[in-house]
Design a protein around this ligand. Structure first.
Ligand SMILES: Cc1ncc(C[n+]2csc(CCOP(=O)(O)OP(=O)(O)O)c2C)c(N)n1
Length: 281
């Protein structure tokens, strides 16, 4: 059996690949990409898809699979390469990113044949969807877990808290909300838009078990998200402190890269060079 450090090191290497593939995939695609939101979640989704989740990418309809919903759907660009590396489709398929009516849309569209569990992008809705899946699993005495990844700004939505209340009421220990707590929204710091204060305390007050971790520390992600750490009779909220745009120095904490409408060759090369320099440092 591999140690946590061995597992983490494998995922760390894959995260470098995901960052490169995300950049290359979006090159000169009309409509562009939400870079900041996609790069802040890479360690989280890589830990889930490449280690934590009980999935069979060759059998995406498997009834007992763990489920994942990217509720902050605008961050989807890094999810597609992650799912390619997990084995849902070949890496070459990424060239279809952004095609009209295609599978790899700029926001996720339900496509279970390709492992995409829900259509998201209108913020606030994914947790309710995931709660339905978790409740169905509990009623049917299934063993799967449902993971929902939320933005910290998204947690301003009232629907999140209606759902948080219900999930605790139903004792959904098979539901995990992960908050990508990058402290920013589209164009400003979240605290200037609607300050959530102590966000973990809010989830706790709604009856959830909470953990607060560094969302780029793969070791912490692996330990916190492992099944044997799941609380009894309570849903789990994992607040992951992250950096928006993580991994490309000029993207980091820079909301000019929240969304880029058209990725030029120059930008792509500059970003790939930046990543290569960071790897060597
Ligand atoms: C219901 C709804 N309102 C507004 C938007 C527009 N919108 C897209 S991204 C975004 C900011 C989201 O911030 P956060 O959840 O913190 O995610 P981040 O981009 O920082 O990763 C907003 C308001 C939306 N997609 N859905």
């Amino acid at each position: 059996m591999k140690s946590i450090e061995q597992r983490a090191e494998y995922i760390r290497q894959q995260c470098k690949e995901i960052r490169k593939l995300t950049m290359e995939m979006t090159l000169e695609v009309e409509g562009g990409v939400h870079f900041g939101p996609a790069y802040s979640i890479i360690e989280i989704i890589a830990a889930l898809y490449l280690d934590i989740m009980n999935i069979d990418p060759k059998n995406p309809h498997w009834e007992d699979r763990d489920r994942f919903i990217l509720s902050k759907g605008h961050g989807v660009a890094s999810l597609y390469p992650t799912m390619a590396l997990a084995g849902y489709y070949p890496v070459e398929f990424l060239k279809h990113y952004g095609e009209e009516d295609g599978v790899l849309g700029m926001h996720p569209g339900l496509a279970l044949d390709y492992g995409i569990e829900a259509s998201t992008g209108s913020l606030g809705q994914g947790l309710s969807f995931g709660m339905g899946m978790a409740l169905a699993g509990k009623i049917r005495k299934k063993d799967y877990r449902t993971f929902v990844l939320l933005g910290n700004g998204e947690c301003n939505e009232g629907q999140i808290w209606e759902c948080a209340m219900s999930a605790a009421h139903y004792g959904l220990e098979n539901l995990v909300a992960i908050v990508d707590n990058n402290a920013m929204q589209c164009d400003q710091e979240s605290r200037t838009i609607c300050d959530m204060g102590d966000i973990a305390a809010k989830w706790r007050s709604f009856g959830w078990e909470t953990k607060e971790i560094d969302g780029h520390d793969i070791g912490q992600l692996l330990v916190t998200l492992s099944k044997n750490r799941q609380p009894y009779n309570k849903p789990l909220a994992v607040i992951c402190d992250t950096i928006k745009g993580k991994g490309i120095s000029f993207f980091e904490d820079n909301n000019n890269y929240h969304h880029v409408h058209f990725v030029t060759k120059e930008l792509c090369e500059k970003a790939l060079k930046d990543m290569a320099e960071q790897e060597q440092a």
